[in-house]
Design a binder for this molecule. Structure first.
Ligand SMILES: [Fe+2]
Ligand SMILES: [Fe+2]
Length: 292
């Protein structure tokens, strides 16, 4: 099972899509084109929050138009830059968004061998995150309902500190000990994936591996000095592919800008013989998406 993750799209109004030197909406279009062109095709795409820059109806309208050409199942989760009311007005009933007056997202994706459960970390009116008891209880119940199903939790704010202090101040400030308690009661969780930090980061939380996807817009600079000024950097925008194979989750980072690919077989001494030896040790792999 192959899961694509895009994050922190920060979509802007169609007529003013550039910020900090990045044509943000053009990058979203590039991401959609890259996802459509992937081979093998991902089974589904999750978008882990900050779908828009400011949660405005015009931004959701622009995002809706940019996402329309996507040919893969898509599941949306809002982030701190989103506004729940405008988000629901734009997408309720589509892209895995509850068709109701939801106080928080409870999406469960049960379409493949890896179960995906959304954890809504939004603290309305604030950029920092939080996980109230009601959401922890919901997560607990959702996990208990399928205790034997390998499960990936996806969320916007990651549950750990990075050392980038201004982003850590915008992290999950309430509910982390309760989240650790919930995770400790369920042993089918293979990992958690998040966004929000605008750069690729790997960590553990309560013994669970956590991967943070890069953004499709501008990256946050890595500066772990105390009180370092908030900075962005021109590191390349990207997205992730999570490959679930039997009992292992492998996470790959891809970049939006196309890079030239060279077949170097001709540079490898006696490749046909080496290929035969390699086949003895490793079966010829099936297409990634065909492996479950
Ligand atoms: Fe963001
Ligand atoms: Fe965020």
């Amino acid at each position: 099972m192959l899961i694509a993750q895009i994050s922190d799209l920060h979509c802007r109004e169609a007529q003013s899509s550039t910020l900090l030197g990045v044509d943000i909406n053009r990058n979203i279009a590039s991401a959609v084109a890259r996802l459509n062109g992937l081979s093998p095709r991902p089974d589904l795409v999750i978008a882990t929050g900050d779908l828009t820059g400011g949660g405005k109806p015009d931004q959701y309208a622009a995002l809706d138009a940019l996402l329309a050409p996507l040919e893969l199942p898509l599941y949306l989760l809002p982030g701190n830059h989103d506004e729940r009311e405008a988000f629901l007005a734009a997408f309720a009933g589509r892209y895995g968004v509850e068709d109701r007056d939801a106080d928080f997202m409870q999406t469960v994706i049960d379409t493949g061998p890896l179960r995906l459960v959304a954890l809504d970390t939004i603290h309305p009116g604030h950029h920092n995150g939080g996980i109230p008891d009601e959401r922890l209880a919901c997560l607990d119940d959702t996990l208990a309902a399928a205790a034997d199903a390998p499960t990936l939790i996806y969320m916007h704010h990651p549950p750990f500190r990075t050392g980038i202090w201004w982003m850590d101040r915008l992290g999950i400030l309430d509910g982390l000990s309760g989240l650790a308690d919930v995770l400790g009661r369920h042993d089918q969780i293979v990992g958690m994936v998040a966004g929000h930090l605008h750069r690729t980061i790997h960590a553990t939380f309560a013994g669970v591996p956590v991967t943070v996807a890069p953004t499709t817009c501008y990256a946050v600079d890595l500066d772990i000095h105390d009180e370092a000024a908030p900075k962005v950097t021109a590191e390349p925008p990207g997205f992730m592919l999570h490959w679930w194979q039997a009992d292992t989750l492998v996470s790959h980072t891809l970049f939006l800008d196309g890079h030239q690919v060279e077949d170097v077989t001709a540079l490898m001494h006696n490749w046909p013989a080496r290929l035969e030896r390699m086949r003895e040790h490793l079966p010829v792999p099936k297409a990634l998406g065909a492996i479950e």
